[in-house]
Design a protein around this ligand. Structure first.
Ligand code: SF4
Length: 340
């Protein structure tokens, strides 16, 4: 089979030399502990490196070992994750810890096949743990690697479709079949993250420029298009009684177990008509392909509370796991009501 640039010895050597010299020193690159690698990888999904660093360090102070995490209760776990969003990642991390401690007697799986049996672990995360923690040649493909690979190979297949995706995974697999898989995967990710940027890639500074086949990097990777952002409105109310605020613990998938402002009863949240009162405060936040407009009405305390609702003391709110938009809405409502 014809050799492609990314599997030549010279390509790997050039990339590794650059990475050893210029790669960022990130805390999860200083460890081969699979638990720490798992924590970092789940945090890094959908969250920027600069944000993750402090969360990662705080998390390991709170749950230094996988056993500490397995023994924690879900409220503690969600509270430690608060601010990172996409709370399913925290629940999956917690479930993984329980499985590894209780069922696998703390023997961390070391193969891709075994790891993808764990809750929330896909092909990418399994490959990251196998290569970063066990230094075995497992491929990984994230957005940075897909972009760099498609440019290096001048790949015209859309990388968000199955054929293009498989080509990239195959390239990543062939690239990592060599000594130092841990460093090889880290170096390729770093190339995509800091040099082969989505816009204005730094080709003049690129350590593997001589291997790169594209003449129009900004046109790659090709994609068949992103789903359109949809707008969505949510309606909640804020009520305080005797220094306590009424909150609702969520049963739903998105924020399961987290506390939010209670939703307005169904018959009050129809689209506001011209004579409907305006919400007391509004804020917007993005989640997956939605832009959500959170509308909050300051309200009198209801005569009775519904299932899942409870009054919480204001000074105890910091210890409750709450999604960031609702915590912000509570702070805004308190300011609006009492200037707190
Ligand atoms: S030369 Fe430019 S496009 Fe090619 S890999 Fe390097 S940074 Fe990316």
């Amino acid at each position: 089979m014809k050799q492609i640039p990314v599997e030549s010895t010279e390509f790997r050597a050039a990339l590794l030399a650059w990475f050893k010299r210029d790669g960022r020193k990130l805390p999860w690159r200083e460890t081969a502990d699979p638990y720490r690698i798992l924590v970092s990888e789940l945090m890094l999904q959908q969250t920027l490196v600069t944000t993750v660093v402090s969360y990662y360090q705080r998390w390991l102070e709170r749950f230094p070992t996988i056993r500490d995490l397995a023994n924690a209760d879900e409220t503690e776990v969600l509270l430690a994750w608060q601010g990172l969003g996409y709370y399913n990642r925290a629940r999956n991390l917690h479930r993984c810890a329980k499985v590894i401690v209780a069922e696998l007697k703390e023997a961390f799986p070391s193969s891709v096949d075994a790891l993808i049996q764990l809750p929330g672990i896909g092909r990418y995360t399994a490959g990251a743990i196998v290569s970063f923690a066990f230094d075995r040649p497992a491929p990984i493909v994230d957005g940075n690697i897909a972009r760099a690979m498609s440019r290096l190979l001048d790949l015209q297949e859309p990388v968000d479709q199955p054929p293009g995706r498989e080509i990239i995974w195959d390239l990543a697999s062939r690239y990592v079949q060599s000594a130092n898989p841990r460093l090889l995967n880290s170096a390729l990710m770093e190339l995509g993250a800091v040099v082969c940027l989505p816009r204005k890639p730094l080709c003049a500074l690129c350590p593997v420029r001589s291997f790169c086949r594209t003449t129009d990097p900004e046109s790659l990777p090709r994609k068949n298009g992103r789903p359109k952002i949809e707008r969505k409105s949510e309606f909640h109310f804020f009520a305080v009684k005797d220094g306590r605020v009424l909150l609702q613990q969520n049963p739903g998938k998105r924020w399961q177990g987290l506390w939010t402002l209670p939703a307005l009863p169904a018959n009050s949240k129809s689209a506001p008509s011209n004579d409907a009162p305006a919400p007391s405060l509004s804020l917007s936040y993005p989640i997956t392909r939605f832009m959500v407009h959170l509308n909050v009405f300051l309200s009198e305390p209801p005569a009775s509370v519904r299932a899942g609702q409870a009054w919480h003391r204001l000074e105890a709110l910091d210890a409750l796991p709450m999604p960031s938009p609702h915590r912000r809405a509570v702070q805004m409502a308190l300011q609006r009501s009492w200037g707190i």
